[in-house]
Design a protein around this ligand. Sequence first.
Ligand code: FES
Length: 90
Amino acid sequence: MKIVCRCYDITEEEIIETIKKYNITSLEELKRILNVGMGECQGRTCIPIIISIMSRILGKSPDDIEVPKPRPPAFTVRLGDFIGDEDAHK
Ligand code: FES
């Protein structure tokens, strides 16, 4: 059992089963079913591995796997910005 998405404890087997069961063709569809890529790391850890798995299962190049569009907030916000800390930008 190989854990691929550590944020949600999703295994490689679960990903493969889901791709086959629902005829998944895009990462967005997989995210909606398994929540992969939506954890604390925002997919930095698992998305590249999942793209590799999808490319293997679907017989596509990794470049042909459709990746989800980023949604706001798409930039880092320092905690100090929320409390008006002027030193947060230094
Ligand atoms: S490891 Fe998948 S969202 Fe963090």
